[in-house]
Design a protein around this ligand. Sequence first.
Ligand code: ZN
Length: 154
Amino acid sequence: MDEKIQLLLEKAKVYAGKTGQAAESAGRKATELAQATRLNLQIFDLNTECEVLYKEIGKLMYDVHQGIEADESGIQDRLAKLDERREKIEGLRGQISLLRSSVRCPNCGRVCSRADTFCAGCGGTLNTDAAAEVPAADSVPGNENGSSCDPAED
Ligand SMILES: [Zn+2]
């Protein structure tokens, strides 16, 4: 086979590999973003429910002030609901920060810290932000070989 064609094919292979990696990383990012968005929406809903509960408790307190018989169980019930929702919100916030500080091992799928270079499960290299970065145009693969031997042919 023509040496130049072979070289081109090899370069094409490297490019295909890089493109696949970049697409995979972008897909992973999109999934993380979708997860974070979903969690944020859940927090928003819970916060809205909390606002309603605050108002209802406030109304019940005002009723007490007005001399209307206190609906103690109603207040207790709403306080318990508030505790429950605020706890859920804390949990969801924890999940979001975990999502932002974690990275999934491309090899075994284990969730690792973004600060780690290697997976604690399988020892594979992790796609940390720096590693997953799409290569810049000036670091095109094959440059160091291509530029030195191509002009010498003629
Ligand atoms: Zn792993």
